[in-house]
Design a protein around this ligand. Structure first.
Ligand code: AMP
Length: 458
């Protein structure tokens, strides 16, 4: 069996791995690290949860340490592109963890937060820069960043980048990179157009692939219940009452659907946070922190917002609404059953969602176990508590726990930076898929200005 010592990684990296208690490399690490150590390009077909971040960052950090030199002003030695702010922040955190016994600097830049601090952070240059594409290009346009000294380029979650409409941004980035560099390309799925994009970036790559989608789906206990759309709230209450839930991620197709679920839960005195593209950066961070730490057991999310989020101990994924793209379903249920743990995915299927289930079964080559509506369900529907009234932009601050925690984070971070709205193409892009029924009509309110803090780590 391969161990981390077999890779010949720099001693400071091995120390960090020991500190993190990693003993055995994951399959993607076993496959990816040796060719990357030799400087090869890599095409990785793997999704979050497989250990791919360590798979690409360990050999890259090794390279940066083996050929030490200061980054050029406004430049970076390693550039990682990720589709969402959350994933970018998570990758940066991993790089900081793996590089904690080194002097390497790690910065993240993404939209939705003021750009000036990011400009200052980059002025001296950084070793590792993790960015979302839109803000990266903004910084380049403002001459705060140049890419001509990039030695290692990583494109993460390429399929998600395409879905979010980042293709033109990526092509622009590709033109700005120096021709001599190492390229790493990751995607959970590899349909033709993604393979085409990979070709543009990669030079004679080694291809590695782990956990094909069917395998991921097989690890999760999947259940489906057929229920009318308007009765899903009652079913959710029942599931939350009867299932032994450590942490549950509840998925809706739209941002407004997510807010609605949260309001219904609140109406019944159940605390839950929502995470989606209409939330400010501070709200998203607060919600994730509360969910990670176990303060809040329920997180209601849209697909885009939840992509790449790595939270261990998610016992249940509840598909309050069924995605119309089977791959999204695979991504969703992949949030549970991490690292061999038992996971349960429960899908609430309305009559008009039945065709989606057939597509999902075809793609995952699995069949979910049907679960009947509970006895006395009509009674439950009748007795369902009323949803909480939505908080207005100005009122209700003190009563909404997500808002309260956000206020606390803001105070801690030193007041309210004048948030700028992140470009639509970033983070929020791709959300708000067509709303299917009038019942999802957007409601105003609840979300303040976009605020947040730039992360500079390392
Ligand atoms: P990733 O797919 O990179 O998001 O990693 C998923 C999770 O697995 C993260 O929480 C990592 O800290 C963890 N992880 C990565 N590699 C290992 C390993 N070799 N042993 C134990 N945990 C790991």
């Amino acid at each position: 069996m391969t161990t981390f010592n077999d890779f010949g990684l720099h001693a400071d990296i091995n120390r960090a791995l020991a500190a993190k208690d990693y003993s055995t490399p994951t399959p993607i690490q076993v496959q990816a690290i040796p060719p990357l150590m030799k400087g090869r390009d890599l095409c990785g077909i793997a999704q979050t949860g497989t250990g791919k971040t360590a798979g690409f960052s360990l050999p890259s950090i090794h390279h940066l340490l083996t050929y030490p030199h200061r980054p050029t002003p406004r430049g970076c030695r390693m550039l990682v592109l990720a589709p969402t702010r959350e994933l970018a922040a998570q990758i940066a955190q991993s790089c900081r963890d793996y590089g904690r016994f080194t002097k390497l600097s790690v910065s993240t830049v993404f939209g939705g937060v003021p750009i000036n601090k990011q400009i200052r952070d980059l002025s001296q240059g950084v070793d590792i820069l993790v960015a979302t594409p839109g803000r990266l290009l903004d910084l380049i346009d403002q001459r705060a960043l140049r890419l001509d000294d990039v030695e290692i380029f990583v494109l993460d979650e390429a399929d998600q980048m395409m879905d979010m409409g980042f293709i033109h941004s990526l092509r622009r980035v590709a033109k700005l990179l120096p021709s001599r560099r190492q390229n790493l390309f990751f995607s959970a799925t590899m349909p033709k157009e993604i393979a085409g994009l990979a070709d543009q970036f990669l030079n004679d790559p080694v291809t590695v692939s782990v956990a094909p989608q069917a395998t991921t789906a097989e690890k999760v206990r999947q259940q489906i219940t057929f229920v009318e759309q308007k009765e899903k709230q009652a079913l959710l209450h029942h599931v939350l009452k009867t299932e032994d839930i450590d942490r549950a991620l509840i998925f809706t197709r739209t941002k407004h659907g997510a807010d609605r679920v949260v309001r219904h839960l609140k109406g019944a005195g159940i605390e839950a946070f929502a995470i989606h593209g209409n939330k400010s950066q501070a709200q998203r961070t607060t919600a994730l922190q509360a969910f990670r730490s176990g303060q809040v057991k329920l997180l209601v999310a849209t697909d885009i917002a939840a992509r790449g989020i790595d939270v261990s101990g998610v016992s249940h994924v509840i598909n309050f609404e069924i995605p119309n793209v089977p791959e999204q379903y695979v991504h969703r249920i992949g949030r549970t059953a991490r690292a061999g743990a038992e996971g349960i995915a429960i899908s609430f299927v309305a009559p008009d969602e039945k065709p989606y289930i057939r597509d999902i079964e075809r793609v995952t080559r699995t069949r979910a176990e049907p679960v009947k509506l509970p006895e006395g369900f009509n009674e439950m529907v009748r007795n369902l508590p009323k949803p909480a009234t939505p908080p207005r932009d100005t009122g209700g601050r003190g009563r909404d726990p997500q808002r309260q925690r956000e206020e606390a984070v803001r105070k801690r971070d030193g007041g309210q930076p004048r948030g700028e709205r992140g470009p639509r193409r970033e983070g929020a892009a791709g959300e708000g898929q067509p709303q299917r029924k009038r019942r999802f009509r957007p409601r105003r309110g609840g979300v303040g200005a976009h605020k947040g803090a730039v992360t500079r780590v390392g």
